[in-house]
Write a protein that binds this ligand. Structure first.
Ligand code: GTP
Ligand code: K
Ligand code: MG
Length: 447
């Protein structure tokens, strides 16, 4: 039998109300010990909480007999005044009744184990709690509502149908069934393979909604990268000085643009250097830039020289050139720069980052870019690397099955079985402990 667990469900610190949750077989006893007979199920009752002779608080008490509770077990909630001493006293009383403090995510893990939600929905719960932007919230809510579960279940169903045909062909060879029985599995498998392939392309956009669209500021020392970062962040996140080589570490600033989470990174100016610390900074700058979704190549309009080739090597097509310090040059020079950079296939933005509102055009352009890149990506087939890994695996088995159909039907059937397992792992229909541990360890205590 499970332990009975308790935890504060609300954040630490002073607040008007704090909620303490209890779940497990001794939940009714715990309510009895602190608040007397459990109230009517799912109805709040105002009670004096006491432990032995000691009064603890006046609180709302809710009693959720299983299985109609969040965890599926007997559960209760105490809505107490949100002072630290009150919460501590209630937690202590519960501990002395033989209950134990819940581990991170343990309530949701029990809900999962009791079939209240599947693994992607459990992840939706965690993501909803972590959601900082509107897009993250929509994505998490969709996932909690079963958007991913439904898609995976539909795919699983297609695999089960294909498997049925292949198994029929294995069990009743030759005479009893038409010889093209196995071949009938093919169109379904082909369609599914294509759907998974498309989903994988879309998955990286979905992950960007959850984890943030990554924008790297790169360029020569002193081009004004840190100045631009600070202007966009609207605070002095990075040190700005007139000394080239000021920034060494990557400075990441989360920025919400058009309702989407982005991560803006200021990086060390790119140059050959004897200084070991700066060289490490340059290495990190290149590595971050390589993984980014967009690179902004910041250029000092007065100093730029066409031969800045070592910087070009980090750029990809579709990246932007930000011509900074336009206050220092004339129109003729600007026109010249524009031509050179456009010829490189870069989108060109001009600014004086140091001037008030100097970065507003860049902010507007970035906002439209991110919205365009991510809109609609709230509901992809995969929001985590874990999902994408299993999708890749399922796809590989389906491809192998397709090459075996007609030759070795038994092998094809086995591959389809393996593909089914890979998909089942995403929703937790089959749930190796390590996958569960990975998912639930990211939760906070009390959820
Ligand atoms: N005139 C002018 N100066 C600017 C502008 N933007 C930045 N600067 C100056 O350029 C110098 C370098 O700016 P930073 O933001 O530190 O440049 P950086 O690219 O981060 O430099 P490193 O970190 O050393 O690679 C500072 O003295 C800034 O004040 C601008 O729009 N116009
Ligand atoms: K500098
Ligand atoms: Mg800098």
């Amino acid at each position: 039998m499970n332990d009975t667990i308790y935890a504060p469900a609300t954040g630490a610190g002073r607040a008007a109300v704090a909620v303490v949750r209890v779940s497990g077989p001794r939940a009714a006893l715990a309510v009895q010990a602190l608040a007397g007979d459990p109230p009517r199920p799912r109805q709040a009752a105002l009670r004096r909480l006491a432990h032995g002779e000691v009064a603890l608080d006046d609180a709302l008490v809710l009693w959720f007999p299983g299985p109609a509770s969040y965890t599926g077990e007997d559960a209760a909630e105490f809505h107490v005044h949100g002072g630290r001493a009150v919460v501590e006293a209630v937690l202590e009383a519960l501990a002395s009744e033989g209950l134990r403090l819940a581990e991170p995510g343990e309530f949701t893990r029990r809900a999962f184990e009791n079939g209240k939600l599947d693994l992607t929905q459990a992840e939706g719960v965690a993501d909803l709690i972590d959601a900082e932007t509107d897009a993250q919230r929509r994505q998490a809510l969709g996932q909690l509502g079963g958007a991913l579960s439904q898609r995976y279940d539909a795919w699983r169903e297609l695999l089960v149908q294909a498997l049925a045909m292949l198994e029929a062909a294995v069990d009743f060879p030759d005479e009893e069934l038409p010889e093209d029985v196995a071949a009938r599995a093919r169109p379904g498998l082909e369609a599914l393979e294509a759907q998974i392939a498309a989903a994988l392309v879309d998955a990286s956009r979905g992950r960007r909604v959850r984890d943030g669209f990554r924008i790297a500021l790169v360029g020569s020392p002193n081009a004004g990268k840190s100045t631009l970062l600070n202007a966009l962040a609207e605070r002095d996140a990075a040190i700005v000085t007139s000394t080239p080589g000021t920034t060494r570490d990557i400075i990441e600033v989360p920025l919400t643009l058009g309702g989407y989470k982005t991560l803006l990174a200021d990086t060390a100016g790119l140059r050959e250097t004897e200084d070991a610390i700066e060289a490490e900074g340059v290495r990190r700058a290149r590595a971050w830039a390589a993984e980014a979704d967009l690179r902004l190549w910041v250029i000092d309009a007065a100093m730029f020289h066409v031969k800045q080739n070592n910087e070009l090597s980090v750029l990809r097509s579709g990246d932007w050139a930000v011509v900074n310090k336009i206050d220092l040059v004339d129109a003729y020079r600007l026109e010249e720069l524009r031509e050179i950079l456009a010829a490189q296939g870069l989108k060109v933005i001009e600014m004086a980052a140091r001037k008030p509102d100097g970065a507003e055009e860049a902010r507007a352009a970035l906002t439209s870019h991110v919205v365009e890149a991510l809109s609609g990506a709230e509901f992809p087939a995969a929001t985590r690397i874990r999902h994408a890994e299993s999708l890749v695996e399922a796809r590989t088995y389906i491809q192998r099955a397709l090459s075996d159909v007609g030759l070795e039907v038994e092998l094809a059937a086995e591959d389809v079985r393996l593909a089914t397992r890979a998909l089942s792992r995403i929703t937790g229909r089959i749930d190796p402990e390590d996958v569960l541990d990975r998912v639930f360890s990211s939760f906070c205590i009390g959820k």
